[in-house]
Design a binder for this molecule. Sequence first.
Ligand SMILES: Cc1cc2nc3c(=O)[nH]c(=O)nc-3n(C[C@H](O)[C@H](O)[C@H](O)COP(=O)(O)OP(=O)(O)OC[C@H]3O[C@@H](n4cnc5c(N)ncnc54)[C@H](O)[C@@H]3O)c2cc1C
Length: 264
Amino acid sequence: MGVENLVLPNSVVQVRVESVRHWTDDVFSLRVTRPVSFRFRSGEFVMLGLLVEGRPLLRAYSIASPAWDDGLDFYSIKVKDGPLTSRLRHVKPGDDVLLGRKPTGTLVLDALKPGHRLFLFSTGTGIAPFASLVRDPETYEKFQQIVLTHTCRRVADLEYGAKLVAGLASDPLVGEVAPAHLTYYASVTREDYVHTGRITSLIESGRLFRDLGVAGLDSVGDRVMICGSMAMISDTRTLVEAAGLEEGSNAAPGDYVVEKAFAD
Ligand SMILES: Cc1cc2nc3c(=O)[nH]c(=O)nc-3n(C[C@H](O)[C@H](O)[C@H](O)COP(=O)(O)OP(=O)(O)OC[C@H]3O[C@@H](n4cnc5c(N)ncnc54)[C@H](O)[C@@H]3O)c2cc1C
């Protein structure tokens, strides 16, 4: 659908869909062209949407590709009857979508103090900002070890993250470092799988650390990013703070940062 004849607000720009992939009935990803002037830091989010009845309908979306990439990737839920995603799920290559001009967010390396090991805890589409960060060379310059966890209801929901991680070895920028420094830990809550259970249970019981063969969280060397539902963030925050980590922000870097994957 073209929007070229309509006057858009200054806050958005029109971009073209390059590719779309439907992973399950519940999630899909899309890649759009990146305006030359569009700058962002890996891990940030931006408004994305469509023109609906002549008006922009926009929602916050984490950018799932790294800051150096020529295109912009997004990983999206399909909410039944959701105002945006009931429409966005139908986009095809060649369609136009709207992109906000001002990316922002707290899941950025700048918001963390220096550390040795970086935990990226995600559930559902909350893996999107980490898909950006694990392909950014700066992540490996700043941290010796990166642990990416992804928890979903079903095994099929893990495919996006599993494919992302499998592709890191052939990534043009991080291909030489990522395989040796990144550990991927996936779990599901509603089916049998090699790892099952909520990430909070896996942290609290120590199971996560035993499975990984590493020591538990420590506030000296560990830094943490959390992205999931409000409940997941709240529960994970409690565990991380119990280990002595303090929350950071862009203005005051700390030991951990959080961002909601969606508004409840
Ligand atoms: C900072 C931020 C970053 C976000 N990044 C992403 C992203 O990368 N990918 C993405 O798919 N969504 C993301 N979202 C959610 C997104 O903004 C929309 O809510 C989503 O696209 C659905 O839009 P909608 O208009 O169809 O339904 P909405 O009216 O926005 O949502 C309806 C309901 O659906 C549920 N819901 C919405 N989004 C999700 C989700 N991602 N996972 C599970 N349940 C959900 C919630 O219960 C919500 O109340 C983000 C939200 C925030 C605040």
